[in-house]
Design a protein around this ligand. Structure first.
Ligand code: SF4
Length: 235
């Protein structure tokens, strides 16, 4: 039975660079497909372990993180980058690919170049936005992060959102949608409308890599981004 009070919050690191004693991701919500592994999603984000309200300190923790097996095969962690104080839009993708793993920067490969074009088409600059992923280390073979991997990494994303206070969240692809909405529905069922994550409006749309593979996704993706633009224009 889950502990109704939830796990005790771990202490913050006592010195720079020290890792917090983070418990395994679990609270009182349903077991995931691997039995003891929780579903990933908003409930975990809201109950995640305490992390510092400072992006540099968070990034240092991520660089040293060994909470899930993805640490063993990474070249670099990919924390995220962009406007650090209330960005117009925070885009959240799935995880780093080969180019991102090599450079330590998010969305710098072919999908990133398309994302840059999408941002420009919205009348924004990349530096107006913040770009991050659900997991900060590259899954081998560019696999979709497992719920276990995503669950271990989500506290960092949650802390980033808390510190950044983006005006709008855009979930790029199913993994980000699952993580940010808590729904296991796919993109097709979640896109096309403005949802909320706490007090932050949120739109789910296709990942740029999916747009590169399937041109028919471009029109609905543009419609989703227009929802964001309209909401930003109206305050
Ligand atoms: Fe840590 Fe996230 Fe990297 Fe896993 S993916 S090792 S939880 S930073």
């Amino acid at each position: 039975m889950p502990d109704a009070a939830g796990p005790a919050r771990p202490p913050l690191p006592s010195r720079p660079g020290a890792l917090p004693q983070v418990p395994p991701p679990r609270t009182g919500y349903p077991a995931g497909p691997q039995g003891s592994v929780p579903q990933y999603g908003a409930p975990f984000l809201e109950e995640g372990p305490a992390l510092p309200d400072d992006l540099d300190a968070l990034e240092a923790l991520v660089k040293a993180c060994t909470r899930c097996p993805l640490h063993a095969t990474r070249a670099n962690t990919v924390f995220g980058e962009g406007h650090r104080d209330r960005p117009a839009v925070m885009f959240v993708g799935e995880g780093p690919g080969a180019d991102e793993d090599r450079t330590g920067r998010p969305f710098v490969g072919a999908a990133g170049q398309l994302l840059d074009k999408m941002i420009a088409a919205m009348g924004l600059r990349r530096e107006d936005c913040y770009i991050a992923n659900v997991v900060k280390c590259r899954p081998p073979e560019n696999a979709t992060p497992t719920p276990d991997q995503a669950g271990h990494c989500l506290p960092y994303l949650e802390a980033q959102i808390r510190v950044l206070r983006p005006r709008f969240l855009v979930a790029l692809g199913a993994a980000a949608a699952h993580a940010l909405t808590g729904s296991q529905d796919g993109v097709a069922r979640q896109r096309g409308r403005v949802q909320r994550r706490g007090d932050i409006p949120l739109v789910v749309t296709y990942h740029p890599a999916a747009l590169l593979r399937n041109a028919e996704y471009k029109r609905p993706a543009w419609a989703d981004l227009q929802l964001v633009m309209a909401r930003l224009r109206n305050g």
